[in-house]
Write a protein that binds this ligand. Sequence first.
Ligand SMILES: NC(=O)c1ccc[n+]([C@@H]2O[C@H](COP(=O)([O-])OP(=O)(O)OC[C@H]3O[C@@H](n4cnc5c(N)ncnc54)[C@H](O)[C@@H]3O)[C@@H](O)[C@H]2O)c1
Length: 379
Amino acid sequence: MNTKLRYGMVGGGPGAFIGEAHRRSINIDGKAELVSGWFSRSFEKTKERGRELGISEDRCYATFEEMAKAEAAREDGIDFVVVVTPNVSHYSICKAFLEAGIHVSCDKPLAVSVAQAEELERLANDKGLLFLVTYTYMGHVTARHAREIIKAGELGKIRTVVAEYPQGWLAYEGEWGGKQGEWRCDPEQSGNTNCLGDLGTHIENAVTTMTGLKIKRVLARMDKVVPGRKRDDNDFVMAEFENGATGLFWSSQIAIGHDNSLRVRIYGDGGSIQWFQEEPEKITVIKKDGTITEVHRGYSSIAPEAAKYGRLPSGHPEGWFEAMGNLYKSFIECIEAKKNGTFTPDMIDYPTVSDGVEGIRFVEACLKSQELGNVWVDL
Ligand SMILES: NC(=O)c1ccc[n+]([C@@H]2O[C@H](COP(=O)([O-])OP(=O)(O)OC[C@H]3O[C@@H](n4cnc5c(N)ncnc54)[C@H](O)[C@@H]3O)[C@@H](O)[C@H]2O)c1
C-alpha cells in the first residue's frame, strides 16, 4: 500500500531555481510524492516539466486556480502544495489553495504586504490548515542547536545580535543574475523591496528563531546602489528587541566576494555564539570564562532536540538540502498526524505562517523607516 503523502507544485518550471531544490529536499525522506503541478505560466512548459517528472498530463494544469479546485475535488487529491514562484504571486496562489482546504508550503517572503500575510494566517487558522514558510537555514542541525542552548539559558540574557547576509551576484545590472536576478529587480514581480525581502527576511527569521526574541522596532537605511535599479540592493537595519537587546543587520546583493554568507553572532551576558551558514556543520560557543567550543553536528554535544534531525554520522557533511528536508520532515509528520487524528500543535517544529507574517512586518517597518528619513519605526 502506498502510504506516501501526495503533493503538487506551483512554480519550479524549466530553468527555475528553488522548485528543484524543494523536490530534492522532500525526496530525502521519501515520505511524499509529487503528483501534480502548475510549473510555469506557459502551459506548454508546465506539460514539458510534468513529463520530465513523470506526472500524468491530466494533473498538469493551465492555471493555479484550476489546479486548486481540481485537486480538492479528487479523491486522490494532493495533501499539500509547494509554492515556489516570485514573491508578488505568493498571496493569490496560497489563498486559492487554502480556500480549497489544502495545506500549504510557501517560500519566503510570504507576501508583499502585512495585510496579505495576515489574511493568509487568518485563513489557515480558520480552516485548521498547516502552513510552512521555508526559511531554509533554520533547518540546519547547528542552527537548531543555537536555539536550544539559548532557550536553556547557556548564553544568559541576550544583549545584542550582529547578523549579515551578503551576496555579490547582483553587483551589476543586466550582466549577472539571469532569470532569477531579473524578477528580483522588477517591482512588478518582487514587490516593494528586493534585497531586504529576499535576504533580510532570512536574517530576521534566523535571529528571532535562535534567540526566541521579538523585534520591537527598527531603523533602516535601504539603498539602491547599482545605477538604474528600482529597488534596494544594500540594506542596513538597527533593531531593538522587546527585552531591550539590540541588533545590527546587513543584507546585500552587491557585496562582491560573498556567495551566500548568512552569518549570525549572538551575545548574552554569559557567553556568545557564532554561526555561519556556509559552514553549517559546526557552531562556535564562547563562554564568559573564555572557553571556546566548536560544536560539530554528529556528536553528543549537540542538543537532542537538534541532533534528532541529523541523518549522517559526523564527518559525512550535511548541507542545504538536508536543512530544507528537515523543515519538510516536521511539516509532513504534522500532516500525517492531522490525517490520522493524532496532531497536537506542539508537534510543529518548522517556520509557520505566523513566522512569515513577522517577516513581512519587519520588511514593512523598514520600508516606512526609510521613507520617513531613517527613523525608528515600531513593528
Ligand atoms: N528559501 C530559500 O532559501 C530561497 C532561495 C531562493 C529563492 N527563494 C524564494 O523562492 C521563490 C522563487 O524563487 P526562484 O529563485 O526559484 O525563482 P525562479 O525564477 O527560478 O523560478 C520561478 C518559477 O515560478 C514560475 N512562475 C509562476 N508564476 C509566476 C509568475 N507570476 N511570475 C513569474 N514566474 C512565475 C516560473 O515559470 C518559474 O518556474 C521566491 O519567492 C524566492 O524568494 C527562497
